[in-house]
Design a binder for this molecule. Structure first.
Ligand code: SR1
Ligand code: MG
Length: 418
């Protein structure tokens, strides 16, 4: 950690940051008029809303440890460097979706960025039963643009390789995913916890050698397939919305990995929102809202595939599947595109099942389930989620469309598996 690193507090922030013109230019020059609130509710960082005469900014600062656990788990400040680098690439690859970066200070692990007025974390909207117009379009297009434009289908290979080697150094954050997502759920790891009553289901998962093998094959892809720059942690807590605007935040877990990773994580978090609805609202409202979530999943995948196909046809300028070998020879690349999309989809299905497991079994559970106080009901809903996750991992090849994934969720939602 740099010698001069000092964690900010609401009291110290105005004096420490008022000389930074990129921040003062947004908030106003007089630090005495700044109002600062620490609002971080994530697992890792400090997040401040700074309000002044002119406007607001967000200041995010990495702590030298995992906030959720405390200083017994040290964590490098470099995650702010990777978040900063991911944000500027995401802005280039899909303008207007991620917050604008105003200022970055590597030694302080600090990023000042655009304040998103009236936006609320998507997870909280899903828990509160609020709909968002245009959600699936923004997310589907964003995932497609980020997947395509960070890959050898689009980038100059020299730039791509140097970017891969830059993000390969995001080692500690990748290690969190390697452990908490791919490994801990499948044995009695120290930081695990689970809702009482799930023991029977957990035994099924932990004794399923075939499924554990599939999970390790997905980890193999996570660890060694560097085909594009992924957000790395695209759950509903990394998305902020108004009733008709959607923004993606928080890419500190960014890494070069499989194209289906972000899409799979995202679908898993929609599925967990779907399964948890019985814990949050009455029967009549529940089915309408669950149908809306299903539509969002279906449209997100459709937008993803349509946008990826558009980019394939209009912007395929990298070393992969070059036009020289296809269109220039009078040969269609349609079946190559189809098989590419199929392989992204099957990876997404596998990653989706694994994320559904980790959020109920290892560290960092989802509020969607955690806020359900009735533990019997919570266990009933989590059991559906866990067993569907297992089917997704084992049956990846058979679940070849989003419609099949949704039908499977609807089936699980109507039966008691505990
Ligand atoms: C110790 S960090 C736990 C989780 O929080 C982040 O949002 C990631 O999902 C990570 O796995
Ligand atoms: Mg986060």
């Amino acid at each position: 950690m740099p010698d001069n690193y000092l964690a900010l507090t609401p009291e110290s922030l105005p004096e420490r940051l008022c000389k930074i013109k990129e921040i003062a230019g947004e908030v106003g020059a007089d630090p005495n008029s700044w109002d600062v609130a620490e609002v971080g509710d994530g697992n890792l960082n400090l997040v401040f809303i700074v309000t002044g005469d002119l406007g607001k900014v967000i200041v995010k600062q990495a702590l030298p440890y995992v906030r959720l656990v405390g200083d017994s788990w040290p964590l490098t400040l470099e995650r702010a460097f990777f978040e900063y680098n991911a944000l500027i690439r995401q802005e280039e690859r899909d303008p207007g979706v991620v917050p604008k970066v105003l200022y970055f200070d590597s030694a302080q692990g600090l990023i000042a960025m655009e304040y998103l007025e009236n936006h609320k974390i998507l997870r909280n909207k899903l828990i509160d039963g609020e709909k968002v117009d245009g959600l699936s379009e923004v997310l589907g297009l964003h995932c497609a643009r980020i997947a395509f434009k960070g890959s050898d289908l689009y980038m100059e290979t020299k730039t791509k390789k140097s970017d891969v080697s830059l993000f390969e150094k995001n080692i500690e954050l990748m290690a969190i995913t390697e452990n908490l997502v791919f490994t801990d759920p499948y044995f009695t790891a120290e930081m695990n916890s689970n809702t009482e009553g799930l023991e029977k289901i957990i035994n099924i998962l932990r004794n399923d050698i075939k499924m554990k093998t599939c999970v390790q094959n997905m980890l193999r892809k996570f660890a060694s397939n560097t085909e594009t720059m992924c957000h790395g942690d695209l759950h509903s807590g990394s998305i902020m919305c108004t009733n008709n605007q959607t923004r993606v935040i928080d890419p500190e877990f960014a890494f070069y990995g499989p194209m289906g990773f972000d899409l799979g994580m995202l679908l898993a978090n929609f599925l967990m929102a779907y399964f948890s609805q019985e814990g949050h609202r009455k029967n009549s409202e529940q089915s309408d809202y669950q149908s809306w979530i299903c539509t969002i999943m279906k449209e997100t995948v459709e937008h993803f595939q349509a946008e990826f196909s558009t980019l394939w046809n209009s912007a395929r300028n990298g070393i992969l599947f070059p036009k020289t070998l296809f269109e220039d020879q009078g040969h269609s690349s349609l079946s190559a595109l189809e098989s590419f999309l199929n392989s992204i989809w099957s990876d997404a299905v596998g990653f989706c099942g694994i994320e559904m497991h980790r959020r109920c079994l290892s560290l960092a559970h989802n509020a969607d389930f955690e806020l359900i106080e009735d533990t019997k009901l919570r266990a009933k809903l989590e059991a559906r989620n866990l067993l569907m996750g297992r089917d997704l991992i084992l049956e990846t090849q058979n679940i070849d469309t989003v419609e099949k994934l949704i039908t499977m969720a609807q089936d699980y939602n109507s039966k008691d598996v505990l």
